[in-house]
Design a protein around this ligand. Structure first.
Ligand code: ASP
Ligand code: MG
Length: 462
């Protein structure tokens, strides 16, 4: 498919890239170094969203005052480093004032819609300050309220974007400015049809950048974070992890879905729809390079990465002897659908069916309540066994389902581990293993050593 790219690049900066004045300045230099960067999407400064979330849950008066003071100190730390702080002081004070009022309201009656309204202030603040920095550096920067363009449904906390509406809004409200200005906007936040503030789920700023990139038919989406790209596994677990130069869209989205923390899992969908390359790099060290995620990579073969997803719950349902398996399976899946839950890693046998629930998934809401209500319904149909605190380790690679050496490569190093479940073959690019949570790190180290620290193993997968 050939496509007409617009000349514009969308650059997104995560929380650590806008953590304080110096970080914002480094990020501003990245924006100004590339003429094509015309849309800047920002996260809240690190720690701010967590702080706002706690305010939205309703705190005591003293806790509220302490948290707001912390936020004020951070915000004023940036503001007071500006040459002309007065240009933005009014907007910043108004936002801090809103936060106090909304937090007080949340202490009386918390609600998901109030929470989104409150939490959105993190991005509103960082984007105001960043715009001021760009202006001080003589750029023609324009602050845009993302809620004007990112239209969503009213599922507060994890809203679904309306792609057609976003395309329309971006064309009319954002595109016309790009010839002359750099537009600075917020990640993560949007609005429903009635104008209420919504959010796209934690970490959703990446998703915003990609949605805007899609609507603009952007040349590229750059995700600036605190690591110089995507690694073969989390370098905090395995210091020997290596950066992956290029990844295909499907490999990268598998990695995100299976727990690699680099990109929000939904981020790549809009980019894939329009074949827009996504670059991931470090704003602390932009010259260190990064990872390019695109449709086709230079190196199509081999094992790519190991991802881990923690807090997994294994649910096993034993089928009553009298019930035919066909009816039983249908019944279980429809109960899951009623609870809006996706069973993953499903495994069936003569005696029943087992699957995992992902307790880290934002859409499952209050996990324990949900599980309780599901449990009651399931228990009426079968004998249940539930085990939580497990970890899902997933190997991502190119066409793993075709590899003849995968069993030896993966399972030999896992000798001695109590593997609870295995999933292979449903997807082309991954093989997942469910393990006790406390053995996940050592299993990752072991498997990484075998698959990524010995070059000859890569050959088997080719
Ligand atoms: N500030 C939001 C969060 O911390 C969104 C983001 O950073 O992507 O979840
Ligand atoms: Mg993030």
């Amino acid at each position: 498919m050939t496509r007409i790219y617009s000349p514009f690049v969308v650059a997104k900066f995560g929380g650590t890239s806008v953590a304080d004045f110096d970080a914002m300045n480094r990020s501003a230099s990245i924006v100004l170094a590339d003429q094509q960067v015309r849309v800047v999407v920002l996260s809240a400064s690190s720690g701010v969203t967590n702080l706002l979330v706690s305010l939205s849950e309703g705190l005591t008066a003293q806790d509220r005052i302490d948290k707001i003071e912390t936020l004020r100190t951070l915000t004023y730390g940036i503001l007071s480093s500006l040459k002309k702080p007065d240009a933005v002081r009014l907007s910043v004070d108004a936002l801090l004032g809103n936060i106090s009022a909304l937090a007080e309201q949340a202490a009386v009656t918390a609600s998901p819609s109030l929470s989104d309204e409150l939490v959105s202030h993190g991005e509103l603040l960082s984007s105001q300050l960043f715009t001021a920095i760009l202006r001080e550096r003589e750029a023609n920067a324009l602050w845009l309220d993302a809620r004007e363009v990112i239209r969503t449904d009213a599922n507060f906390g994890c809203a679904e974007p309306d792609v057609a509406m976003i395309a329309q809004q971006v064309q009319t409200r954002l595109l016309p400015h790009l010839e002359t200005a750099i537009v600075v906007t917020q990640g993560f936040i949007g609005s429903d049809a009635e104008g209420h503030t919504t959010t796209l789920g934690r970490g959703g700023s990446d998703y915003t950048a990609s949605l805007i990139g899609e609507a603009l038919n952007a040349r590229r989406v750059d995700i600036w974070t605190d690591v110089a790209g995507i690694y073969t596994t989390d370098p905090r677990i395995v210091p020997q992890a290596q950066r992956i130069g290029q990844l295909s869209f499907s490999e990268a989205s598998d990695m995100a879905a299976y727990g690699a923390k680099v990109l929000h899992p939904a981020t790549l969908m809009p980019a894939m729809r329009k074949n827009i390359p996504v670059f991931v790099g470090s704003s602390k060290n932009p010259d260190a390079g990064g990872t390019l995620v695109c449709r086709e990579t230079d190196n199509p073969s081999g094992y790519r990465a190991l991802a881990v997803r923690r807090k997994q719950t294994l649910v096993k349902c034993r089928r009553p002897h009298a019930q035919p398996a066909v009816d039983f399976n249908a019944r279980i899946f429809s109960l899951l659908a009623e609870h809006n839950l996706q069973a993953e890693l499903v495994s069936t046998s003569e005696s029943g069916i087992a699957w995992i629930l992902d307790a880290t998934c934002a859409t499952s809401g209050d996990d324990s309540m949900l599980l309780e209500s599901l449990q009651t319904k399931l228990a009426a149909h079968c004998q249940l066994e539930i085990e939580s605190g497990l970890a899902l380790m997933t190997l991502v690679g190119h066409q793993l389902s075709q590899s003849e050496s995968i069993c030896r490569d993966v399972f030999t190093p896992l000798e001695g581990y109590a593997v609870r479940m295995i999933c292979h073959g449903a997807g082309e690019n991954n093989l997942s293993v469910l393990l006790p949570g406390d053995s996940a790190d050592s299993a990752v180290k072991m498997l990484h050593r075998q698959l990524f620290e010995q070059p000859e193993v890569q050959r088997y997968a080719s």
